[in-house]
Design a protein around this ligand. Structure first.
Ligand code: PNW
Length: 450
């Protein structure tokens, strides 16, 4: 079994602004929908908010030093739109911009390549109040303006931009009537949600174009959590079924971006609730990307089913299926092989990155007080073995970003789930690398699964 990665394989960590920065009211930052939502009683476990989070806004030098010590070559993080434009548009907040300049320069000086996500869910509240957020084309237009502004401000030093992180979480879960608790907490019907999805795709496409125009030499992509389909048994019929399922089950996001069209199966399924769109919009949505960033945590197991019209069936998970501390993470290490393979096979993508993979684990101390997260090491090792299988078969998987560098504000779960390879004491804000940090650090330095 191959355990080695190709030379130049990128090793990094990942975070997002609202989850780590804190400094919610500092230096002129405007509120985002997550500030409002987290301050609404009953929305977040234990009433937690991101007001302070990991206080990275004031402790970024320490965090950069930590990454340097771990020997990670890249760091993926997002910008708080409302820190740069407090109302999402209009006058720039220079202090907010200066913060990101300091952060990016600090990473560069430490030899860490900054990978910038433009939007990781923290929509400026003002765009929600004035236009209904992603329900409106105004927000789409202001997002493109913001992308162009950021690319011209940082295009001299940032080589990799991701427009948007994970469509489903800030569209379906944020604007639809579901059990999930995502800001701003809307209650739209299916047609409304489909239009929000469509606007989000358009924002991505316009963002790609705006970044290219402002920073022509930068690479532009996205970080999407497309549903990962894994053949339940590795035979040709099941593999073919899983590839088809992957394309069709992601028809409303990644497939639309890669193919410039909504598949008939999606339009038929939605019927009168299907999004309204023009050919011109689909061309914008499918603006070429330089890489596909793929977040992945769990699998949908697929079997070929000749008796169904789709030709495939999604299998249920039994009650004893292994999961991590956050129960939705059903462990399927095969995802880091199949997702890159299908992205490559379906759309000829030549640069694929795992932009998030990781898990939550409760703290487990050993006799000496070390955080001994052997469960996370188990999770990472097995996912990395599948990733190494992908690269050894010539699939152009170019890098791996672990979610997350730090324990952080896990959205509606507050601080109750710890995804970090570095522990954060949320009383003292002291950072302590866990055993998994040592693990990832050694893997990165040897470029090999250990
Ligand atoms: C991602 N699911 O969210 C986000 O990009 C991160 O901000 C987040 O902290 C991380 O994963 C861990 O949750 C997801 O239920 C949330 O399938 C939920 C799911 C997937 C991704």
């Amino acid at each position: 079994m191959n355990r080695c990665f190709p030379e130049g394989f990128l090793w990094g960590s990942a975070t997002a602004s609202y989850q780590v920065e804190g400094g919610a009211l500092q230096d002129g930052r405007g509120p985002s929908v997550w500030d409002t939502f987290s301050h609404t009683p009953g929305k977040i476990k234990l009433g937690h908010t991101g007001d302070v989070a990991c206080d990275q806004y004031n402790r970024h030098a320490e965090d950069i030093a930590l990454m340097k010590k771990l020997g990670l070559g890249a760091h993926r993080f997002s910008l708080s739109w409302s820190r740069i434009f407090p109302t999402g548009r209009g006058a720039v907040n220079q202090k907010g911009l200066d913060y990101y300049r300091r952060f990016i320069d600090g990473l560069r000086e430490a030899g860490i390549d900054p990978w910038v996500t433009l939007f990781h869910w923290d929509l400026p509240q003002s765009l929600q109040d004035d236009f209904g957020g992603w329900q409106s084309r105004e927000t789409v237009k202001y997002f493109a303006d913001y992308c162009g502004f950021v690319a011209s401000a940082f295009g001299d030093t940032v080589s990799n931009f991701m427009t948007i992180n994970e469509f489903m979480c800030f569209t379906d879960w944020a604007y639809g009537a579901g059990e999930e608790n995502y800001a701003p907490g809307g209650n739209l019907d299916r047609k409304g949600v489909n239009m929000v999805r469509h606007n989000a795709l358009l924002a991505h496409g316009m963002g790609v174009q705006a970044i290219r125009a402002a920073a022509p030499s930068a690479s532009v992509g996205l970080a999407e959590n497309a549903l990962v389909c894994v053949p339940v048994i590795e035979t040709k019929p099941h593999i073919d079924a899983a590839r088809k399922a992957y394309r069709e089950m992601n028809a409303h996001f990644l497939t639309a971006i890669m193919e410039g069209k909504y598949l008939d199966c999606y339009l038929e399924e939605q019927g009168a609730d299907a999004p309204e769109f023009t050919a011109e919009e689909m061309a914008v949505i499918s603006s070429p990307v330089d890489f596909v960033g793929h977040n992945m945590y769990l699998a949908h197991h697929i079997e070929a089913d000749p008796s169904s019209s789709s030709g495939y069936r999604v299998l249920p998970h039994s009650a004893s299926y292994p999961h991590m501390h956050a129960h939705w993470i059903k462990v399927s290490p095969e995802i880091t092989y199949w997702a890159p393979r299908f992205v490559h096979e379906l759309w000829n993508v030549e640069n694929i990155y795992i932009t998030e993979n990781g898990c939550a684990c409760p703290d487990q101390l050993d006799d000496s007080g070390r955080i001994c997260d052997t469960d996370r090491i188990f999770y990472l090792r097995n996912h990395l073995l599948s990733a190494a299988r992908a690269t050894s078969e010539g699939i152009p998987l170019k890098g791996y970003f672990c979610w997350s560098l730090l324990d952080n504000f896990e959205w509606a779960d507050g601080y109750t789930y710890r995804f970090g390879i570095v522990h954060v004491d949320f009383e003292t804000l002291v950072r302590t690398p866990k055993m998994s940090a040592e693990y990832l650090s050694l893997v990165a330095s040897e470029n090999k699964v250990l």
